[in-house]
Design a protein around this ligand. Structure first.
Ligand SMILES: Nc1ncnc2c1ncn2[C@@H]1O[C@H](COP(=O)(O)OP(=O)(O)OP(=O)(O)O)[C@@H](O)[C@H]1O
Ligand SMILES: [Mg+2]
Length: 362
């Protein structure tokens, strides 16, 4: 790669699978890396999602470990791309969400950006969500502005669906206007269910779900949730959608086979996304999916069966579905460095555009 200005994006989302990193100049040069969480860190990050003892100390230790893994991801990106740290203007580091409660006016992404700056000798931009919440917004989703910049088209109305732990959509009108919101669960419930029954981290290609049958009465019961009825702006997280939420709702369905529940959870993800598109983006021409859920063949088929639009992964638009969210945080770092707003009030509901993030200098 030539000597130019690069940005690094680091994303670790609600799936708690690991760190996605990307280094890019936003002009075609791009290298990605992925480092899975060690199981001890994953378990602690999962435990920190719910109130527990001695949280301040445990959070600090988990944040140290996370920053070290982020630094290892940066080192891997620099090594494989051959780019030196001196050519990287900034790292955009999302951190790990352990609480997302905009109704209580806060969201918490744990991280140790000071340690990350110390280890990498690169400027770090962190804490992207708090300012939007301080301005009355949801602090999420933040990716629609980036989706618009790379996937927006003056001739096509497109919907970008990110299926991570939680799912969010960006509705990109041909006139350039953008709306978007979280639609509900992505992979989080499917991951939790297969982990409980088979000890696996996720249902590879949706094969287990494909072996089951959707239980329509259960699907209707799961869809009977206030969040799905709420009008945007709205955002959610593991605070609402977790294994306990599912188990509560399964109490009257003890006869359902585990694989039928898995098929129903895939249908829940697909239906809640499709309902949102039908209500808020019915005139869109095509739907493009990114995030780990784009690799779930069964889920992609469910989505395609539920919508009239064509459904493809963002690879059809030239960007690997696995790289989109990390690229968004590289882009948000660039916006911060250029002193440009990162949020879209039409998405988050904030009172206005705001500069997102805080700088931890190299
Ligand atoms: N081959 C596959 N088959 C089925 N599911 C997959 C496959 N590959 C990845 N996944 C799913 O994708 C998840 C990881 O997706 P991703 O990293 O986009 O989510 P995330 O970390 O929550 O990100 P974000 O919050 O940014 O959206 C895994 O937990 C798994 O459920
Ligand atoms: Mg992930």
């Amino acid at each position: 790669m030539a000597a130019t200005t690069f940005y690094i994006g680091l994303m670790s989302g609600t799936s708690l699978d690991g760190v996605d990193g990307v280094i890019t100049d936003f002009h075609g040069a791009q290298v990605a890396a992925y480092l899975p969480f060690p199981s001890s860190l994953r378990n602690e990050l999962l435990a920190l999602q719910t109130p527990g003892a001695n949280e301040i100390h445990r959070e600090a230790l988990a944040a140290h470990q996370l920053a070290q893994l982020y630094a290892a991801c940066v080192a891997e990106l620099l090594r494989t791309s051959g780019i030196s740290a001196a050519h990287v203007r900034a790292i955009g580091a999302h951190g790990q969400t352990i609480r997302h409660l905009p109704a209580a006016a806060y969201t918490r992404q744990i991280n140790n950006p000071a340690l990350l700056a110390e280890l990498t000798k690169i400027d770090v931009i962190a804490d992207f969500r708090s300012r939007d919440i301080a301005a009355g917004g949801q602090g999420a989703p933040l990716v629609p502005a980036f989706h618009q910049s790379v996937f927006g088209s003056p001739s096509h109305a497109r919907v970008i669906v990110n299926i991570g732990g939680i799912s969010n959509i960006s509705i990109l009108a041909a006139d350039g206007s953008v709306t978007g919101f979280d639609t509900g669960p992505g992979n989080v419930l499917m991951d939790a269910w297969i982990h409980q029954h088979q000890g696996k981290a996720y249902d590879a290609d949706g094969q287990w779900a494909a072996s089951g049958k959707v239980v329509d009465t259960l699907l209707a019961h799961l869809l009977d949730e206030d969040f799905f009825r709420q009008a945007p702006p709205k955002s959610t997280g593991r605070d609402l959608f977790h294994l306990g939420w599912l188990n509560d709702r399964l109490s009257g369905f003890s006869a359902a086979k585990p694989e039928d529940v898995q098929a129903t959870l895939a249908a829940l993800t697909a239906r809640s996304i499709a309902d949102a598109i039908r209500i808020y983006a019915k005139d869109s021409d095509a739907v493009f999916v990114c995030g780990g859920g784009a690799h779930n063949t069964y889920l992609m088929q469910c989505l395609s069966d539920t919508l009239t639009q064509t459904v493809q992964s963002t690879a059809a638009l030239g960007v690997s579905p696995s790289h989109v969210e990390a690229l968004a945080f590289a882009w948000l770092a660039q916006r911060f460095c250029d002193r440009q707003a990162g949020n879209l009030p039409s998405v988050t509901g904030a009172r206005g555009e705001r500069l997102l993030g805080a700088l931890y200098p190299a």
